[in-house]
Design a protein around this ligand. Structure first.
Ligand code: AHG
Ligand code: MN
Ligand code: MN
Length: 340
């Protein structure tokens, strides 16, 4: 392969799949479907300031949050793409109360289910900051040939087959991870294809940036406050305090953390004793990606990917990013620590 040839995401995925003779290509088809959904959502995001799409939709989602019009558009786009896919038995979305089973013959015979946050960071739409679509793909545990079941969607992250995100930032990128690694593809607008731009992404073992909503400090546990003090002190690794960066869009903050290193934290606090971010739609896919890139993702009691989910919309505290920064943070935030 010459260095200056553009490699499209489809070409890359097919080449990777061929390395495994037993692979059937079904996962590749799903990733292509997600790429298509990303392009459709991207088109709408790019005209957000122009079209009458900007603003509130007037409804609240299952978690009582205000939905933006683009949230609804992105959710509908994802649901329809997977409904028309030949490889998806059903989906669960952050924006829906319950999972959706596709009951046509193709879908019932599919091996995979997909969970997604159709538009993450949507409070940033009005201010032109990065937002994204996060997805998680599991092999179903229910009987193939029958409709999927809730158990398919309540699997721990350590059972993920693939996960990724599309980030609508200064450029549009799709990043996806399988157990063998993480690769990033930038949308080349002239041909409308995602092309390999960030091969074999590795999360640096150390970073210089901590990322969290520091305005919540008064609600943090003593351990978290201690870790914040540590971040703001001169540390021996770099001879100065860490820098603080926080967009308030998990996709944006995590993409930076993945590529440049650092730590992203959404801890438990007095108003959210279970944390804010959703295990199945946000934390598990991001934990899978970051671990596949050599980083770490923990909650107070252990690995994010080892949490056994009991409900679709459950939340968890998260400490994720450069391996050494995450393990330092865990020294401050112990399992038995109480936040309430
Ligand atoms: P969503 O837009 O899907 O509801 O997610 C918003 C999330 C996440 O993207 C971000 O990291 C976090 O909310 C920010 O929360 P705070 O405003 O509480 O810091
Ligand atoms: Mn989100
Ligand atoms: Mn969302």
């Amino acid at each position: 392969m010459s260095n200056n040839k553009l490699v499209t995401m489809d070409e890359f995925t097919i080449q990777e799949t061929r390395k495994f003779p037993q692979a059937t290509g079904e996962l590749s088809t799903l990733l292509r479907d997600i790429g298509l959904a990303g392009k459709i959502i991207n088109k709408q995001v790019r005209r957000a300031g122009l079209a009458d799409i900007l603003g509130k939709h007037g409804a609240t989602n299952v978690q009582g949050e205000e939905q933006m019009k683009l949230d609804v558009y992105a959710n509908d786009t994802m649901i329809n793409i997977f409904m028309n896919s030949t490889e998806c038995a059903g989906i669960a979305s952050e924006e829906n109360d319950d999972h959706v089973c596709y009951e046509d013959t193709y879908s019932a015979n599919s091996k995979y289910v997909v969970l997604f946050d159709p538009l993450d960071g949507s409070s940033n739409i009005d201010v032109n900051a990065p937002i994204g679509t996060i997805f998680a793909i599991y092999r179903r545990v229910s009987e193939i040939g029958k409709p999927c079941t809730k158990e398919d969607f309540l699997q721990p992250g350590n059972k993920l087959m693939a996960a990724g995100y599309v980030i609508y930032g200064s450029s549009t990128m799709m990043v996806y991870a399988t157990k063998i690694g993480v690769n990033g593809f930038t949308l080349e607008p002239s041909i409308g294809e995602f092309c390999l731009s960030h091969p074999n992404i590795k999360c640096p073992e150390n970073g210089k940036i901590y990322s969290l909503n520091q305005g919540n400090t008064s609600k943090y546990s003593d351990g978290m406050k201690g870790y914040l003090d540590y971040c703001m002190e001169i540390n021996k690794e770099q001879g100065r305090p860490y820098s603080h960066r926080y967009i308030g869009s998990m996709v944006g903050d995590l993409h930076r953390t993945l590529v440049k290193g650092g730590i992203f934290i959404y801890p438990a606090d007095k108003s959210s004793p279970k944390g804010k971010l959703r295990l199945q739609y946000e934390c598990n896919p991001m934990a899978f990606i970051v671990e596949a890139a050599g980083g770490a993702a923990m909650c107070n009691t252990g690995r994010i990917l080892d949490i056994a989910p009991t409900e679709l919309h459950q939340r968890t505290p998260i400490f994720i990013g450069s391996k050494n920064m995450v393990s330092k943070a865990m020294e401050f935030v112990q399992e038995k620590e109480v936040v309430a």
